[in-house]
Design a protein around this ligand. Structure first.
Ligand SMILES: Cc1cc2nc3c(=O)[nH]c(=O)nc-3n(C[C@H](O)[C@H](O)[C@H](O)COP(=O)(O)OP(=O)(O)OC[C@H]3O[C@@H](n4cnc5c(N)ncnc54)[C@H](O)[C@@H]3O)c2cc1C
Length: 479
Protein backbone atom coordinates (compact mmCIF):
# COMPACT_ATOMS: atom_id res chain seq x y z
CA UNK A 1 0.00 0.00 0.00
CA UNK A 2 1.49 3.34 -1.07
CA UNK A 3 1.12 6.64 0.66
CA UNK A 4 -0.24 9.32 -1.66
CA UNK A 5 -0.75 13.00 -0.88
CA UNK A 6 -3.36 14.75 -2.99
CA UNK A 7 -3.19 18.56 -2.92
CA UNK A 8 -6.59 20.30 -3.07
CA UNK A 9 -9.94 19.01 -1.81
CA UNK A 10 -12.13 20.34 -4.62
CA UNK A 11 -13.89 18.07 -7.09
CA UNK A 12 -10.69 17.22 -9.02
CA UNK A 13 -8.75 16.25 -5.89
CA UNK A 14 -11.71 14.43 -4.35
CA UNK A 15 -12.35 12.36 -7.49
CA UNK A 16 -8.66 11.43 -7.62
CA UNK A 17 -8.63 10.55 -3.93
CA UNK A 18 -11.76 8.38 -4.25
CA UNK A 19 -10.27 6.44 -7.17
CA UNK A 20 -6.88 5.90 -5.52
CA UNK A 21 -8.36 5.02 -2.12
CA UNK A 22 -10.61 2.43 -3.81
CA UNK A 23 -7.41 0.76 -5.09
CA UNK A 24 -6.15 0.42 -1.54
CA UNK A 25 -3.72 3.37 -1.40
CA UNK A 26 -3.39 5.40 1.78
CA UNK A 27 -4.60 8.81 0.60
CA UNK A 28 -4.32 12.12 2.46
CA UNK A 29 -5.87 15.21 0.92
CA UNK A 30 -4.51 18.61 1.98
CA UNK A 31 -6.82 21.59 1.59
CA UNK A 32 -5.92 25.20 2.29
CA UNK A 33 -9.50 26.39 3.00
CA UNK A 34 -10.24 25.65 6.67
CA UNK A 35 -14.04 25.36 6.66
CA UNK A 36 -15.73 21.94 6.46
CA UNK A 37 -18.80 21.43 4.27
CA UNK A 38 -22.02 22.45 6.08
CA UNK A 39 -24.45 19.57 6.67
CA UNK A 40 -27.11 20.70 4.18
CA UNK A 41 -26.20 20.78 0.45
CA UNK A 42 -28.47 23.77 -0.28
CA UNK A 43 -26.73 25.69 2.54
CA UNK A 44 -23.35 25.01 0.95
CA UNK A 45 -24.33 27.73 -1.51
CA UNK A 46 -24.94 30.47 1.04
CA UNK A 47 -22.71 29.42 3.96
CA UNK A 48 -19.64 27.59 2.72
CA UNK A 49 -16.62 29.91 2.56
CA UNK A 50 -14.39 28.44 -0.19
CA UNK A 51 -12.08 31.18 -1.47
CA UNK A 52 -9.82 28.45 -2.91
CA UNK A 53 -12.48 27.78 -5.59
CA UNK A 54 -13.12 31.28 -7.02
CA UNK A 55 -15.48 29.82 -9.64
CA UNK A 56 -17.68 28.08 -7.02
CA UNK A 57 -20.61 30.46 -7.56
CA UNK A 58 -20.24 30.87 -11.32
CA UNK A 59 -22.16 28.98 -14.00
CA UNK A 60 -21.23 25.29 -14.11
CA UNK A 61 -22.53 22.22 -15.94
CA UNK A 62 -20.54 19.00 -16.14
CA UNK A 63 -20.53 17.50 -19.62
CA UNK A 64 -22.36 14.25 -20.38
CA UNK A 65 -18.87 12.74 -20.71
CA UNK A 66 -18.28 13.47 -17.01
CA UNK A 67 -21.55 11.81 -15.96
CA UNK A 68 -20.75 8.71 -18.00
CA UNK A 69 -17.33 8.33 -16.37
CA UNK A 70 -18.57 9.20 -12.88
CA UNK A 71 -21.37 6.61 -13.02
CA UNK A 72 -19.04 3.91 -14.29
CA UNK A 73 -16.03 4.61 -12.09
CA UNK A 74 -17.18 6.33 -8.89
CA UNK A 75 -19.92 4.05 -7.56
CA UNK A 76 -22.66 5.82 -5.65
CA UNK A 77 -21.40 9.38 -6.21
CA UNK A 78 -24.01 10.38 -8.79
CA UNK A 79 -26.81 8.77 -6.72
CA UNK A 80 -25.70 10.85 -3.73
CA UNK A 81 -25.69 13.98 -5.88
CA UNK A 82 -29.21 13.39 -7.19
CA UNK A 83 -30.41 12.54 -3.66
CA UNK A 84 -29.00 15.92 -2.58
CA UNK A 85 -30.99 17.73 -5.30
CA UNK A 86 -28.90 17.58 -8.49
CA UNK A 87 -31.17 17.12 -11.50
CA UNK A 88 -30.48 14.62 -14.24
CA UNK A 89 -30.95 16.59 -17.43
CA UNK A 90 -30.63 15.58 -21.06
CA UNK A 91 -28.28 18.01 -22.77
CA UNK A 92 -29.92 17.32 -26.15
CA UNK A 93 -33.48 18.11 -25.08
CA UNK A 94 -33.26 21.90 -24.85
CA UNK A 95 -31.54 22.27 -28.21
CA UNK A 96 -33.83 23.88 -30.80
CA UNK A 97 -32.60 21.52 -33.54
CA UNK A 98 -34.06 18.41 -31.90
CA UNK A 99 -37.33 17.64 -33.62
CA UNK A 100 -39.40 14.79 -32.25
CA UNK A 101 -38.82 12.77 -29.11
CA UNK A 102 -35.60 11.68 -27.53
CA UNK A 103 -34.69 8.08 -28.28
CA UNK A 104 -33.58 5.62 -25.56
CA UNK A 105 -30.00 5.83 -26.91
CA UNK A 106 -30.05 9.58 -26.30
CA UNK A 107 -29.64 8.83 -22.60
CA UNK A 108 -25.92 9.15 -23.39
CA UNK A 109 -26.52 12.92 -23.46
CA UNK A 110 -27.68 12.96 -19.83
CA UNK A 111 -25.80 15.24 -17.52
CA UNK A 112 -26.22 16.52 -13.99
CA UNK A 113 -27.56 20.02 -13.41
CA UNK A 114 -26.46 21.43 -10.05
CA UNK A 115 -24.63 24.34 -8.53
CA UNK A 116 -20.95 23.60 -8.14
CA UNK A 117 -21.31 24.04 -4.35
CA UNK A 118 -23.68 21.05 -4.24
CA UNK A 119 -21.33 18.86 -6.28
CA UNK A 120 -18.45 19.85 -3.98
CA UNK A 121 -20.51 19.23 -0.88
CA UNK A 122 -21.53 15.72 -1.91
CA UNK A 123 -18.08 14.73 -3.20
CA UNK A 124 -16.56 15.84 0.13
CA UNK A 125 -18.94 13.68 2.17
CA UNK A 126 -18.50 10.75 -0.24
CA UNK A 127 -14.70 10.93 0.08
CA UNK A 128 -14.87 11.15 3.88
CA UNK A 129 -17.20 8.18 4.12
CA UNK A 130 -14.87 6.19 1.81
CA UNK A 131 -12.06 6.64 4.35
CA UNK A 132 -10.16 9.43 2.59
CA UNK A 133 -8.42 11.64 5.13
CA UNK A 134 -9.05 15.31 4.34
CA UNK A 135 -6.91 17.75 6.33
CA UNK A 136 -8.29 21.29 6.10
CA UNK A 137 -6.56 24.58 6.79
CA UNK A 138 -3.18 23.19 5.65
CA UNK A 139 -1.39 24.98 2.83
CA UNK A 140 1.13 23.18 0.66
CA UNK A 141 4.14 25.48 0.35
CA UNK A 142 6.48 23.35 -1.74
CA UNK A 143 7.97 19.95 -2.51
CA UNK A 144 10.48 18.01 -0.43
CA UNK A 145 13.54 17.23 -2.51
CA UNK A 146 15.09 13.79 -2.20
CA UNK A 147 18.86 13.32 -2.03
CA UNK A 148 20.12 14.22 -5.55
CA UNK A 149 22.47 11.23 -5.48
CA UNK A 150 19.45 9.02 -4.92
CA UNK A 151 17.35 10.20 -7.90
CA UNK A 152 16.37 7.57 -10.49
CA UNK A 153 18.69 7.23 -13.50
CA UNK A 154 17.25 7.51 -16.99
CA UNK A 155 17.65 4.80 -19.57
CA UNK A 156 17.20 4.88 -23.36
CA UNK A 157 18.62 7.62 -25.63
CA UNK A 158 19.31 10.10 -22.80
CA UNK A 159 20.54 7.46 -20.40
CA UNK A 160 22.62 8.15 -17.36
CA UNK A 161 20.89 11.37 -16.26
CA UNK A 162 19.71 11.57 -12.66
CA UNK A 163 16.13 12.81 -12.35
CA UNK A 164 15.27 14.88 -9.25
CA UNK A 165 12.79 13.06 -7.04
CA UNK A 166 10.15 14.64 -4.77
CA UNK A 167 9.69 12.77 -1.51
CA UNK A 168 6.63 14.62 -0.23
CA UNK A 169 5.53 18.17 0.50
CA UNK A 170 6.38 21.10 2.75
CA UNK A 171 3.24 22.49 4.36
CA UNK A 172 2.15 25.27 6.69
CA UNK A 173 2.18 22.69 9.51
CA UNK A 174 5.47 20.97 8.61
CA UNK A 175 6.82 18.38 6.17
CA UNK A 176 4.72 15.44 4.98
CA UNK A 177 6.47 12.51 3.26
CA UNK A 178 4.72 10.65 0.44
CA UNK A 179 5.45 8.03 -2.21
CA UNK A 180 3.59 10.20 -4.70
CA UNK A 181 2.30 13.79 -4.65
CA UNK A 182 -0.70 14.53 -6.86
CA UNK A 183 -1.19 18.24 -7.52
CA UNK A 184 -4.92 19.01 -7.84
CA UNK A 185 -4.66 22.65 -6.75
CA UNK A 186 -6.39 23.83 -9.90
CA UNK A 187 -5.92 26.99 -11.90
CA UNK A 188 -3.73 28.70 -9.31
CA UNK A 189 -1.35 25.75 -8.88
CA UNK A 190 2.11 26.96 -7.83
CA UNK A 191 3.83 23.83 -9.14
CA UNK A 192 6.29 25.66 -11.45
CA UNK A 193 7.61 27.68 -8.48
CA UNK A 194 7.74 24.59 -6.24
CA UNK A 195 9.76 22.79 -8.91
CA UNK A 196 12.16 25.71 -9.36
CA UNK A 197 12.70 25.72 -5.58
CA UNK A 198 14.03 22.14 -5.74
CA UNK A 199 16.16 22.86 -8.80
CA UNK A 200 13.87 21.49 -11.50
CA UNK A 201 13.56 23.71 -14.59
CA UNK A 202 10.19 24.08 -16.22
CA UNK A 203 7.64 22.68 -16.59
CA UNK A 204 7.22 23.59 -20.23
CA UNK A 205 4.18 25.84 -20.18
CA UNK A 206 1.97 27.13 -22.97
CA UNK A 207 -0.53 29.86 -22.11
CA UNK A 208 -3.17 31.45 -24.34
CA UNK A 209 -2.33 35.10 -24.93
CA UNK A 210 -5.96 36.16 -24.63
CA UNK A 211 -9.15 34.81 -23.16
CA UNK A 212 -12.67 35.51 -22.04
CA UNK A 213 -14.47 37.20 -19.13
CA UNK A 214 -17.56 35.70 -17.44
CA UNK A 215 -20.39 37.80 -16.01
CA UNK A 216 -22.76 35.49 -14.09
CA UNK A 217 -25.81 35.58 -11.89
CA UNK A 218 -27.77 32.76 -10.26
CA UNK A 219 -31.55 32.90 -9.74
CA UNK A 220 -34.17 30.81 -7.95
CA UNK A 221 -37.48 30.42 -9.76
CA UNK A 222 -40.63 31.14 -7.76
CA UNK A 223 -42.23 27.72 -8.35
CA UNK A 224 -39.11 25.59 -8.91
CA UNK A 225 -39.68 25.30 -12.67
CA UNK A 226 -37.69 26.84 -15.49
CA UNK A 227 -39.10 28.97 -18.34
CA UNK A 228 -40.71 26.67 -20.92
CA UNK A 229 -38.96 28.24 -23.93
CA UNK A 230 -36.84 26.04 -26.02
CA UNK A 231 -33.29 27.29 -25.53
CA UNK A 232 -29.78 26.36 -26.44
CA UNK A 233 -27.52 25.95 -23.42
CA UNK A 234 -25.04 28.28 -25.09
CA UNK A 235 -25.92 30.92 -27.67
CA UNK A 236 -23.25 33.01 -29.36
CA UNK A 237 -23.73 36.46 -30.84
CA UNK A 238 -20.92 38.46 -32.40
CA UNK A 239 -19.47 40.11 -29.30
CA UNK A 240 -21.19 38.10 -26.55
CA UNK A 241 -22.13 34.58 -25.60
CA UNK A 242 -24.93 33.57 -23.22
CA UNK A 243 -25.11 30.43 -21.09
CA UNK A 244 -28.51 29.42 -19.68
CA UNK A 245 -27.83 26.59 -17.28
CA UNK A 246 -30.40 24.88 -15.01
CA UNK A 247 -29.28 23.75 -11.55
CA UNK A 248 -30.65 22.16 -8.33
CA UNK A 249 -33.48 23.25 -5.99
CA UNK A 250 -35.16 25.42 -8.66
CA UNK A 251 -32.02 27.47 -9.24
CA UNK A 252 -30.37 28.34 -12.53
CA UNK A 253 -27.70 30.62 -13.85
CA UNK A 254 -27.24 33.04 -16.69
CA UNK A 255 -23.68 33.77 -17.77
CA UNK A 256 -22.56 36.33 -20.33
CA UNK A 257 -19.17 35.78 -21.96
CA UNK A 258 -17.13 38.51 -23.64
CA UNK A 259 -13.56 38.85 -24.88
CA UNK A 260 -11.26 39.46 -21.93
CA UNK A 261 -10.00 42.66 -23.56
CA UNK A 262 -13.45 44.02 -24.40
CA UNK A 263 -13.15 47.02 -22.08
CA UNK A 264 -16.28 48.74 -23.37
CA UNK A 265 -18.46 45.81 -22.35
CA UNK A 266 -16.57 45.24 -19.11
CA UNK A 267 -17.31 48.81 -18.00
CA UNK A 268 -21.03 48.19 -18.55
CA UNK A 269 -21.72 44.54 -17.74
CA UNK A 270 -20.59 44.78 -14.12
CA UNK A 271 -23.86 46.63 -13.41
CA UNK A 272 -27.16 44.74 -13.13
CA UNK A 273 -29.19 47.01 -15.45
CA UNK A 274 -26.83 46.77 -18.44
CA UNK A 275 -26.27 43.07 -17.70
CA UNK A 276 -30.05 42.42 -17.93
CA UNK A 277 -30.25 44.49 -21.12
CA UNK A 278 -27.50 42.34 -22.66
CA UNK A 279 -29.28 39.12 -21.67
CA UNK A 280 -32.53 40.39 -23.27
CA UNK A 281 -30.78 40.67 -26.63
CA UNK A 282 -30.82 36.86 -26.87
CA UNK A 283 -34.17 35.49 -28.14
CA UNK A 284 -36.24 33.88 -25.37
CA UNK A 285 -33.83 34.94 -22.61
CA UNK A 286 -36.11 37.63 -21.15
CA UNK A 287 -38.27 34.97 -19.46
CA UNK A 288 -35.19 33.82 -17.55
CA UNK A 289 -34.84 37.12 -15.74
CA UNK A 290 -38.03 36.54 -13.73
CA UNK A 291 -36.41 34.51 -10.92
CA UNK A 292 -35.17 35.85 -7.58
CA UNK A 293 -31.43 36.65 -7.74
CA UNK A 294 -29.38 34.56 -5.29
CA UNK A 295 -25.98 36.06 -6.08
CA UNK A 296 -24.82 39.51 -4.95
CA UNK A 297 -24.71 41.62 -8.08
CA UNK A 298 -22.90 40.35 -11.15
CA UNK A 299 -20.15 37.82 -10.40
CA UNK A 300 -17.19 38.49 -12.68
CA UNK A 301 -14.22 36.29 -13.48
CA UNK A 302 -11.57 37.40 -15.98
CA UNK A 303 -8.44 35.83 -17.44
CA UNK A 304 -10.24 32.70 -18.65
CA UNK A 305 -7.89 31.14 -21.16
CA UNK A 306 -6.15 27.86 -21.97
CA UNK A 307 -2.92 26.84 -20.27
CA UNK A 308 -1.00 23.57 -20.32
CA UNK A 309 2.03 22.41 -18.38
CA UNK A 310 4.19 19.48 -19.36
CA UNK A 311 6.31 17.76 -16.78
CA UNK A 312 7.68 15.27 -19.28
CA UNK A 313 9.79 15.57 -22.38
CA UNK A 314 9.22 13.06 -25.15
CA UNK A 315 11.16 10.37 -23.39
CA UNK A 316 11.96 11.29 -19.81
CA UNK A 317 10.37 13.03 -16.87
CA UNK A 318 11.91 16.23 -15.49
CA UNK A 319 11.01 15.14 -11.98
CA UNK A 320 9.61 12.03 -10.33
CA UNK A 321 7.41 11.63 -7.25
CA UNK A 322 4.95 14.32 -8.36
CA UNK A 323 2.25 14.63 -11.04
CA UNK A 324 -0.24 17.35 -11.96
CA UNK A 325 -3.86 16.37 -12.63
CA UNK A 326 -6.86 18.29 -14.00
CA UNK A 327 -6.62 22.08 -14.07
CA UNK A 328 -3.19 21.93 -12.39
CA UNK A 329 -2.07 20.24 -15.62
CA UNK A 330 -4.27 21.97 -18.22
CA UNK A 331 -6.89 24.68 -18.10
CA UNK A 332 -9.43 25.03 -20.87
CA UNK A 333 -11.83 27.92 -21.42
CA UNK A 334 -14.98 27.34 -19.38
CA UNK A 335 -17.52 28.26 -22.08
CA UNK A 336 -17.13 24.77 -23.53
CA UNK A 337 -17.43 23.22 -20.05
CA UNK A 338 -14.67 20.63 -20.32
CA UNK A 339 -12.83 21.09 -17.02
CA UNK A 340 -14.59 18.50 -14.88
CA UNK A 341 -14.79 15.81 -17.58
CA UNK A 342 -11.13 16.24 -18.54
CA UNK A 343 -10.10 16.20 -14.91
CA UNK A 344 -11.94 12.92 -14.20
CA UNK A 345 -10.53 11.33 -17.37
CA UNK A 346 -7.07 12.43 -16.25
CA UNK A 347 -7.51 10.96 -12.75
CA UNK A 348 -8.65 7.68 -14.30
CA UNK A 349 -5.55 7.57 -16.47
CA UNK A 350 -3.39 8.11 -13.40
CA UNK A 351 -5.18 5.32 -11.53
CA UNK A 352 -4.76 2.93 -14.47
CA UNK A 353 -1.06 3.74 -14.88
CA UNK A 354 -0.46 3.16 -11.15
CA UNK A 355 -2.25 -0.18 -11.40
CA UNK A 356 0.25 -1.21 -14.08
CA UNK A 357 3.46 0.27 -12.69
CA UNK A 358 2.89 0.46 -8.94
CA UNK A 359 3.59 3.69 -7.06
CA UNK A 360 6.99 2.96 -5.59
CA UNK A 361 8.68 2.60 -8.99
CA UNK A 362 10.03 6.06 -9.69
CA UNK A 363 10.47 6.58 -13.43
CA UNK A 364 7.82 4.29 -14.90
CA UNK A 365 4.66 5.78 -13.38
CA UNK A 366 5.67 9.31 -14.34
CA UNK A 367 6.83 8.49 -17.85
CA UNK A 368 3.75 6.34 -18.50
CA UNK A 369 1.41 8.96 -17.07
CA UNK A 370 3.07 11.51 -19.35
CA UNK A 371 2.35 9.30 -22.36
CA UNK A 372 -1.21 8.55 -21.19
CA UNK A 373 -1.84 12.28 -20.77
CA UNK A 374 -0.46 13.11 -24.18
CA UNK A 375 -2.27 10.30 -26.01
CA UNK A 376 -5.57 10.67 -24.19
CA UNK A 377 -6.01 14.36 -23.48
CA UNK A 378 -3.68 16.52 -25.58
CA UNK A 379 -6.13 16.29 -28.50
CA UNK A 380 -9.04 17.54 -26.36
CA UNK A 381 -6.86 20.37 -25.10
CA UNK A 382 -5.82 21.25 -28.66
CA UNK A 383 -9.47 21.48 -29.78
CA UNK A 384 -10.14 23.84 -26.89
CA UNK A 385 -7.31 26.18 -27.87
CA UNK A 386 -8.54 26.12 -31.44
CA UNK A 387 -12.06 27.11 -30.28
CA UNK A 388 -10.59 29.94 -28.19
CA UNK A 389 -8.47 31.30 -31.02
CA UNK A 390 -11.29 31.28 -33.57
CA UNK A 391 -14.03 32.52 -31.30
CA UNK A 392 -11.87 35.46 -30.16
CA UNK A 393 -11.03 36.25 -33.78
CA UNK A 394 -14.75 36.11 -34.64
CA UNK A 395 -15.50 38.51 -31.77
CA UNK A 396 -12.70 40.86 -32.90
CA UNK A 397 -14.06 40.84 -36.44
CA UNK A 398 -17.59 41.51 -35.24
CA UNK A 399 -16.44 44.50 -33.18
CA UNK A 400 -14.74 45.84 -36.32
CA UNK A 401 -17.86 45.25 -38.43
CA UNK A 402 -16.24 42.48 -40.49
CA UNK A 403 -16.97 38.80 -41.13
CA UNK A 404 -14.45 36.29 -39.81
CA UNK A 405 -13.40 33.75 -42.40
CA UNK A 406 -11.22 30.76 -41.68
CA UNK A 407 -11.68 27.30 -43.20
CA UNK A 408 -11.68 25.49 -39.82
CA UNK A 409 -14.07 27.95 -38.22
CA UNK A 410 -16.26 27.92 -41.33
CA UNK A 411 -16.54 24.15 -40.92
CA UNK A 412 -17.34 24.42 -37.19
CA UNK A 413 -20.00 27.07 -37.82
CA UNK A 414 -21.45 25.06 -40.73
CA UNK A 415 -21.75 22.02 -38.45
CA UNK A 416 -23.52 24.15 -35.83
CA UNK A 417 -25.95 25.45 -38.49
CA UNK A 418 -26.59 21.94 -39.78
CA UNK A 419 -27.24 20.84 -36.18
CA UNK A 420 -30.05 23.41 -35.99
CA UNK A 421 -31.68 21.81 -39.03
CA UNK A 422 -30.90 18.11 -38.79
CA UNK A 423 -31.33 16.07 -35.58
CA UNK A 424 -28.69 13.51 -36.64
CA UNK A 425 -26.11 16.26 -37.16
CA UNK A 426 -27.16 17.70 -33.79
CA UNK A 427 -26.45 14.33 -32.16
CA UNK A 428 -23.00 14.09 -33.75
CA UNK A 429 -22.13 17.68 -32.88
CA UNK A 430 -23.32 17.34 -29.26
CA UNK A 431 -21.53 14.00 -28.83
CA UNK A 432 -18.25 15.73 -29.71
CA UNK A 433 -19.03 18.74 -27.53
CA UNK A 434 -19.84 16.45 -24.56
CA UNK A 435 -16.70 14.34 -25.01
CA UNK A 436 -18.67 11.15 -25.63
CA UNK A 437 -16.94 8.07 -27.02
CA UNK A 438 -17.36 7.48 -30.75
CA UNK A 439 -18.00 11.16 -31.50
CA UNK A 440 -15.03 11.46 -33.86
CA UNK A 441 -16.38 8.63 -36.01
CA UNK A 442 -19.86 10.20 -36.05
CA UNK A 443 -18.37 13.48 -37.27
CA UNK A 444 -16.44 11.68 -40.02
CA UNK A 445 -19.57 10.05 -41.53
CA UNK A 446 -19.39 10.90 -45.28
CA UNK A 447 -23.00 12.18 -45.51
CA UNK A 448 -22.38 14.54 -42.61
CA UNK A 449 -19.07 15.78 -44.01
CA UNK A 450 -20.71 16.51 -47.38
CA UNK A 451 -23.67 18.30 -45.80
CA UNK A 452 -21.30 20.44 -43.73
CA UNK A 453 -19.18 21.28 -46.78
CA UNK A 454 -22.30 22.40 -48.67
CA UNK A 455 -23.15 24.85 -45.87
CA UNK A 456 -19.72 26.48 -45.54
CA UNK A 457 -20.36 29.14 -48.23
CA UNK A 458 -23.66 30.07 -46.55
CA UNK A 459 -22.07 30.61 -43.10
CA UNK A 460 -19.15 32.49 -44.58
CA UNK A 461 -21.50 34.94 -46.30
CA UNK A 462 -23.29 35.97 -43.13
CA UNK A 463 -22.43 37.83 -39.96
CA UNK A 464 -22.94 36.01 -36.63
CA UNK A 465 -26.53 36.29 -35.33
CA UNK A 466 -27.57 39.11 -33.00
CA UNK A 467 -27.17 42.87 -32.98
CA UNK A 468 -24.38 44.84 -34.61
CA UNK A 469 -21.69 46.11 -32.28
CA UNK A 470 -23.21 49.60 -32.28
CA UNK A 471 -26.70 48.24 -31.50
CA UNK A 472 -25.28 46.08 -28.73
CA UNK A 473 -23.40 48.91 -27.03
CA UNK A 474 -26.39 51.27 -27.32
CA UNK A 475 -28.83 48.69 -25.88
CA UNK A 476 -26.52 47.73 -23.01
CA UNK A 477 -25.66 51.34 -22.15
CA UNK A 478 -29.37 52.17 -21.99
CA UNK A 479 -30.05 49.27 -19.57
C1 LIG B 1 -16.01 30.53 -14.56
C2 LIG B 1 -15.77 29.06 -14.70
C3 LIG B 1 -16.80 28.25 -15.15
C4 LIG B 1 -16.58 26.89 -15.34
N1 LIG B 1 -17.60 26.11 -15.82
C5 LIG B 1 -17.39 24.79 -15.99
C6 LIG B 1 -18.43 23.96 -16.47
O1 LIG B 1 -19.54 24.42 -16.76
N2 LIG B 1 -18.17 22.62 -16.60
C7 LIG B 1 -16.96 22.09 -16.29
O2 LIG B 1 -16.77 20.89 -16.42
N3 LIG B 1 -15.95 22.86 -15.84
C8 LIG B 1 -16.13 24.18 -15.69
N4 LIG B 1 -15.12 24.96 -15.23
C9 LIG B 1 -13.82 24.33 -14.92
C10 LIG B 1 -13.86 23.73 -13.53
O3 LIG B 1 -14.26 24.69 -12.59
C11 LIG B 1 -12.47 23.21 -13.20
O4 LIG B 1 -12.07 22.32 -14.19
C12 LIG B 1 -12.45 22.54 -11.84
O5 LIG B 1 -12.71 23.48 -10.84
C13 LIG B 1 -11.12 21.91 -11.58
O6 LIG B 1 -11.22 21.31 -10.31
P1 LIG B 1 -9.95 21.12 -9.41
O7 LIG B 1 -10.42 20.38 -8.22
O8 LIG B 1 -8.85 20.53 -10.21
O9 LIG B 1 -9.44 22.58 -9.03
P2 LIG B 1 -10.16 23.75 -8.24
O10 LIG B 1 -11.62 23.63 -8.34
O11 LIG B 1 -9.52 25.02 -8.72
O12 LIG B 1 -9.76 23.50 -6.72
C14 LIG B 1 -8.44 23.59 -6.25
C15 LIG B 1 -8.42 23.28 -4.75
O13 LIG B 1 -7.07 23.29 -4.30
C16 LIG B 1 -6.99 24.05 -3.09
N5 LIG B 1 -5.63 24.58 -3.02
C17 LIG B 1 -5.06 25.49 -3.86
N6 LIG B 1 -3.78 25.72 -3.52
C18 LIG B 1 -3.52 24.93 -2.44
C19 LIG B 1 -2.35 24.72 -1.64
N7 LIG B 1 -1.20 25.35 -1.90
N8 LIG B 1 -2.43 23.85 -0.62
C20 LIG B 1 -3.60 23.18 -0.35
N9 LIG B 1 -4.73 23.35 -1.07
C21 LIG B 1 -4.68 24.21 -2.11
C22 LIG B 1 -8.06 25.12 -3.27
O14 LIG B 1 -8.43 25.70 -2.03
C23 LIG B 1 -9.19 24.32 -3.93
O15 LIG B 1 -9.98 23.67 -2.96
C24 LIG B 1 -15.31 26.32 -15.05
C25 LIG B 1 -14.27 27.15 -14.61
C26 LIG B 1 -14.49 28.51 -14.45
C27 LIG B 1 -13.36 29.37 -13.99
Amino acid sequence: MASIVVLGAALGGLQTALLLAADGHRVTVLERDPHPAPPDPDEAWSRWHRPGIPQLRLTHLPLAGWLRLAEAQLPGLVERMTAAGAVRMNALAPEPGLRGDLRPADARFDTLAARRSLLEHVATHAAESAGVRIVRGVVCRGLRAGDPADGPITTGPARGRRVPHATGVETSTGPLPADLVVDCTGRRSALPAWLRDIGVPGPVEEVGRRGFTYYCRYFRSADGTLPADTFPLIAEHGSLGLLRIPADHGTYSLGLISRGDDHELRRLLRHEGPWCAAVRLFPGADAWLGGRPITDGVQIMAGLTDRKRTLYDDVHPRVTGVVAVGDAWALTVPSIGRGLAMSLEHSLRLRDVLRRTGVTERLDPIAEFGRATRDGLDGVYGRSTSYTEHRLAEMDAHAAGRRYRHPDWGRARALALLAERDPEALRAERAAAHLLPGAAAELRAPALVEAVDRLIPEVQRRMPPGPTRAQLLAAVAAG
